[in-house]
Structure formats: C-alpha cells, structure tokens
Design a protein around this ligand. Structure first.
Ligand code: IMP
Length: 429
C-alpha cells in the first residue's frame, strides 16, 4: 500500500508526529523533496528528535528509509544527523540515499543569503539553507548529484567549471566576496564521499521491488501545499513541489500505485517567512497561541506568524492533492480560547473567492470571511478516544472536516507519541 503524506497549509503542521505514527507500520519511508529547510519533530520515550534530512522512520530499525531523488542533500548536515543518532545509540543502517538526489554545495547557502539581502524589502524570508540555489542549479544542469561523489575525476572536472566559470564571477564581481577554491572543495567533498558511500544506492530497483511485493510505503512530505512552487503563494514559496505530484516525481513511484493521500493540518494556521496570509492574527490572541504552541521555527528559530484555521486554504489543498483523509494536529493549543474563528473564503474589493487565487496582490489584500464557534475551555491532553473529547471540540473538528470535504481520522492532542485521538480507521492495511 502506498500512502502520500502532505502538509496542507504553510508547513509546521505536525507532520513529523503523523509520520512517526504511520512509520510503525511502514516497510519503507521515502523523503521525496525539500532538504534541510524541513524540521520534523518526533517525541518518543527516548526523548525528542528533530530531523531535517533524515526520513522520520529511522527510529524503526526494520523500516527502510530512503532519501529520494527529488531531495536536495547538504552532505554536512546529513553527516551531522547521522552522528547525532549514533551518539544516542541509533545506527542508521536502514538509511539509503538515492544517487540521483542533488547536493546543496557550500556556495548555495551563501548565495541564498546574499540574494535575500539584495532583495531588501522584497525578500522572501527563506531559511538560508541554499535550497533555492541548489534546485536552480539542478534545473540549469550544473548541479551535483550524490552519485557524483563516487566519481572523483568527474567531480574534479565539473567543479573546476562550475566554480570558476559560474559561481566565482557572481560571488566576487557581484557581491564582492572571496572566490571559492575548487580543489579545496574537491578534497572536502571526497571526504564526505567516504562517509556517505555505504548509503548511496540506485533507489529505482529498491522502490520498484517494494511496490511489487506490496510493501507499505510512506512518502513523507516536507514543507506544504501553500509553499508549492506552482500552486503556493509564488514567489513566497519553496523551490520544490511539496504536493502529491512532487512526491511521485521525487521518488519514482507511478501515480497508479498510490492508494491514499493524507493531509496534515494544524487546528489553526502558521507561516514562517513573508507572503500573504489572510487569516493572520496580529493581536494578543495570535501572541497567546504562539506562546502556548511554542511556535518558533525548528530550523531557524524565527517566531512563526499565527492565524485562524483557513478552510479555504485547506479545501484547496484537499482538492489539489486528492486528499482522502486528514489529520488535525495541535488541537490542544486552542484549549483556552473562548471563541474560535474559521476562515471560509475571501472578499477582494467586494468580490468573493472560495480558494486562494494566483494573483498574489489580490490574495494579499483579500479580507477573510469568518464563521465563529465557541471554544471548549478544558484540557484535552489526556483524550485518546473520540468520545473523550468535549462536545464543542468535536463540533470544531467535524465542522473543519465538513468545510474541507474530507474526514478527519487523526487528531493531535499533545506533543507526545501517545497523544492522539484516532477514529478507528486503519490507515495502513
Ligand atoms: P526556502 O525553502 O528556504 O527557500 O524558503 C522559502 C519559504 O519556505 C520561506 O518562507 C520559508 O520560511 C518556507 N519554508 C521552507 N521550509 C519550510 C518548512 O519546513 N516549514 C515551514 N516553512 C518552510
């Protein structure tokens, strides 16, 4: 069975926890896009784990964890994650990196930062991890793939060209920075090659064999639908396709093999970085939710922007990804709110829209249309069954499901692994 898991909002929906829940029954977990701009938090009896590149199934030794061809891998960051796992007694023997995955090279984070600074007030608020520049080089066909680490002569020739002909002129002439020495870079990357070699494989036969034997495969989405390069709030997006389609190209799984797409939503909305956010709360309610929810970026530590649940965004995601069922996370963060609002659409100068529009300036100046519901005013952290949740809380969840047009099968009631309300449906057979 193949399940795709996608973020339904602007990221940080609590995907790590849902992936961890599903990974228990998965034979294979695949990351298919993004890079170390992602930060998936998993809390187990052994403490808290924050994964940036590592597929979240890594804590289950029987689960094959693949970094797919669509990911951009910063080898330094991946090696750091591997050694952090080792320090905690976990040997990631079950990790496989696609030889087709591209690398974030040393100059990519620097170029990301320099470009952002040059944009001034129009900056996007990227994570400065070099993700956009790495994907741009992939498309320009001057990127380096993980498999290239196993071909020193090829690396030498290509590094000499890319560094001297493409990167150094920009760094030195445009930004007044020091030039890179490609031969030092070669030494550095050959050092990574030695350490990563056991994990680098052709993932095509591995994934196809898993499909043939009907293994449980989980495609672990990073980022989210509203950050999608095509369907998100362009240009305030990431440089990959974190939607169901991107999961397929980023792993090599055919669309006909997908059984279910699960959307992960947070019970309110958050966004890091700039760009339109119609249901944003710029008042003390937003501050309360941010504090209670510790809404500060896993990767950058930046305070996240907070807003009411936006069902127009969620329905758009549900339709775009073909979401079959949803997880609604962090519901406990709303425990103390006396009044809840749900954005159901937008008003742009008297014209109504029921979905995010492509015209970014229209979307930016759209006024949210709200419906209101009373809060439940009690602690739901101990709820495990649907019937343990207060009636008003169930009403909120049901209303969201109705508005987005998909059943909500999982509800997150706290950060721990066991703080979940499930509604009886087995997601993996
Ligand atoms: P980039 O992916 O670093 O290029 O950043 C582009 C935009 O996507 C910025 O607004 C980031 O804050 C946002 N972004 C990237 N990755 C994540 C994520 O994993 N969660 C939430 N926002 C993200």
């Amino acid at each position: 069975m193949v399940i795709i898991l996608v973020g339904g909002q602007w990221g940080d929906e609590g995907k790590g926890k849902v992936i961890d829940y599903l990974a228990e029954k998965a034979d294979v977990v695949i990351r298919s896009q993004g890079g170390n701009n992602a930060g998936h938090t998993v809390i187990t009896e052994h403490g808290e784990f924050k994964f940036q590149l590592m597929p979240s199934g890594i804590l289950y030794p029987e689960c094959v964890c693949i970094i797919g061809n669509g990911v951009v891998v910063d080898p330094k960051v991946l090696l750091r994650e591997i050694s952090q796992l080792r320090e905690r007694g976990i040997e990631p023997k079950n990790l496989i990196i696609s030889e087709r995955a591209h690398m974030v090279m040393s100059y990519h984070p620097l170029l990301d930062q320099l470009e952002e600074e040059a944009r001034g007030d129009d900056r996007l608020g990227t994570t400065w991890r070099g993700i956009g520049p790495a994907y741009a080089d992939k498309v320009r066909r001057i990127g380096f793939r993980i498999g290239d680490l196993q071909k020193e002569a090829f690396m030498r020739k290509k590094l000499a060209f890319v560094v001297d002909q493409v990167k150094n002129p920009i760094l030195t002439k445009l930004y007044g920075k020091d030039a890179y020495d490609w031969s030092n870079m070669l030494d550095e990357y050959m050092g990574y090659a030695k350490q990563l070699d056991p994990y680098i494989k052709d993932t095509f036969p591995i994934i196809q064999d898993a499909l043939d034997r009907k293994a449980n495969i989980l495609l672990e989405g990073a980022q989210a639908t509203m950050l999608d390069l095509d369907f998100g709030t362009y240009p305030y997006v990431t440089s990959s396709n974190p939607t169901a389609g991107g999961a397929l190209t980023g792993s090599g799984i055919p669309p006909t093999k997908v059984d279910l797409t699960i959307g992960v939503f947070k019970a309110y909305t958050s966004r890091v970085g700039y760009g339109p956010f119609p249901s944003e709360l710029l008042d003390e309610v937003g501050d309360q939710i941010r504090e209670r929810g510790h809404e500060f970026g896993t990767v950058t530590g930046r305070p996240r922007r907070i807003g009411w649940f936006d069902s127009a965004v969620a329905r758009y995601s549900a339709r775009l990804n073909g979401i079959g069922c949803a997880a609604l996370m962090r519901l406990d963060i709303l425990d103390e709110q006396p009044l809840l609002k749900i954005c159901t659409g937008y008003d742009f100068r008297g014209k109504k829209f029921d979905h995010p529009v492509a015209n970014i300036s229209h979307y930016k100046h759209s006024m949210p249309i709200y419906e209101e519901m009373p809060g439940w005013g009690s602690d739901i952290g101990a709820a495990r069954e649907w019937s343990d949740l207060p009636q008003r809380c169930r009403d909120y969840v049901e209303r969201i499901g109705e508005l987005i047009g998909v059943p909500i099968e999982l509800v997150g009631t706290g950060p721990r692994r066991d703080q979940f309300v499930t509604r009886g449906r087995e997601l993996f057979d």
